[in-house]
Ligand binder design. Structure first.
Ligand SMILES: Cc1cc2nc3c(=O)[nH]c(=O)nc-3n(C[C@H](O)[C@H](O)[C@H](O)COP(=O)(O)OP(=O)(O)OC[C@H]3O[C@@H](n4cnc5c(N)ncnc54)[C@H](O)[C@@H]3O)c2cc1C
Length: 374
């Protein structure tokens, strides 16, 4: 077993750490400017094939670069926005689209020239993605889409929507099809952006289809492969996207060590109190265990040897660790966590939805139990 990084992986990490520290994390620029800066760093195309404009990184190298971005850039909303675009919109097209679709769409997504969004969740189909009600009816060489996606990150700014719809209700899992839909397709309505308390710099909205006509050439993969394509996109999100939270934890631990050694109370540095130093020790333990699970999941993904159990273990542990680590940092920084002198409260707020998106923590526990034969 080799735990060292090769030169390419180390260079990807170093470059991304330096570059992401220079990103504007205030969210105050026009969104396209933030995206352009991320694209210049290569974030929009990390795992996309080089011949289609991406960096051609395998999952492990991509995850390591994402980790660096999460460590360097405190704007988790921006990172989530860009990485959901990469792993849940661009990757499914790159991996499952036919040659024509890949050549038409992936280069635009890889460079961030086009922004992608993905929509599966519906009002009545959250964790239960088998309950989709959005339909796509075939008429000649077109499909007619009807239904509403209730939570689509990036929708307010997206150029391309990856949409999952039922094409054959009788076939259940095999009756769902994935479509790449242009934003300006007649019959597509993007709702007003949600007012969100977390990941605020990633806009989100509902997307409604009313007799929206989508060419059959925009089917990603084959009809009926939608559920499998969605699951493959979740493998990327649950491993590589969550590496951003490893970086965030690393950053919070650095900050916590600095604060605990620098701030004095009762005539001593905070770090002299075991209650404080042991809390930071637990933060470090959580980060390192999450790292090992996540790197291993990516390594298995690259070898094609992953199981739902491996991916669920890393998603669950990374999400829960990110939340607990941010809570611990907030405890340590106390009053200053809630001032604009630190980014601790923002990190905590942005860690909370990690428990929900890409499949909730409860659903990951279900997958782990199932993987154990329970
Ligand atoms: C920040 C953010 C970004 C998102 N972006 C997108 C996006 O871009 N595209 C998209 O399609 N969706 C997106 N979502 C939606 C997300 O995928 C859903 O919120 C998630 O799948 C859970 O669905 P739900 O909210 O309907 O909760 P529900 O499914 O109603 O779950 C409610 C509670 O019940 C629990 N529960 C449900 N079923 C079970 C079960 N079988 N066993 C145990 N517990 C269970 C859940 O764990 C949860 O605690 C996003 C969500 C968030 C928070």
């Amino acid at each position: 077993m080799d735990f060292s990084w090769n030169d390419r992986q180390q260079a990807a990490y170093d470059r991304m750490l330096t570059g992401s520290r220079a990103l504007d994390a205030t969210g105050s620029l026009p969104l396209r400017d933030h995206w352009r800066a991320c694209a210049d760093l290569g974030l929009t195309g990390l795992s996309l094939p080089e011949e289609l404009g991406g960096q051609g990184y395998d999952a492990l190298t991509a995850a390591r670069a994402v980790e660096a971005a999460g460590r360097g850039c405190p704007d988790m909303g921006l990172l989530f926005s860009v990485l959901a675009h990469l792993f849940a919109t661009a990757m499914p097209i790159a991996e499952h689209g036919d040659d024509r679709l890949r050549k038409e769409l992936v280069p635009l997504l890889a460079t961030g020239e086009a922004i992608g969004a993905n929509g599966i969740t519906e009002e009545e189909a959250g964790s239960d993605v088998t309950a989709l009600r959005t339909t796509a009816e075939r008429r000649g060489d077109q499909y007619i889409l009807n239904g509403t996606k209730s939570f689509v990150s990036n929708a307010p700014v997206a150029d391309l929507l990856l949409v999952y719809a039922v094409t054959d209700p009788a076939f259940g899992f095999l009756g769902v099809t994935c479509f790449a839909v242009d934003r300006d397709t007649p019959g597509v309505t993007i709702g007003a952006p949600f007012v969100k308390p977390a990941l605020t710099t990633c806009p989100a909205a509902t997307v409604t289809f009313t007799d929206a006509v989508v060419p059959a050439a925009r089917v990603v993969g084959r009809p009926g492969q939608g559920a499998a394509i969605f699951q493959s996109s979740m493998r990327w999100e649950r491993s590589c996207l969550f590496a951003a939270y490893l970086g965030q934890m690393d950053h919070l631990i650095d900050e916590s060590v600095q604060h605990a050694t620098g701030r004095r109370q009762f005539g001593q540095p905070l770090a002299d109190r075991q209650a404080v130093s042991h809390r930071i020790a637990e933060m470090k333990l959580r980060l390192e265990t999450a790292r090992l699970l996540l790197y291993r999941a990516c390594w298995l993904l690259d070898r094609g040897e992953h199981t739902p159990l491996d991916i669920a273990l890393t998603k669950l542990h990374t999400a829960e660790s990110a939340i607990q680590t941010a809570l611990d940092a907030a405890q340590l920084f106390a009053g200053s966590a809630y001032s604009n002198r630190t980014d601790i409260a923002r990190a905590l707020t942005d860690a909370l939805p990690a428990r929900t998106f890409s499949g909730t923590s409860d659903i990951q526990r279900e997958l782990i139990a199932k993987g154990l034969g329970l």
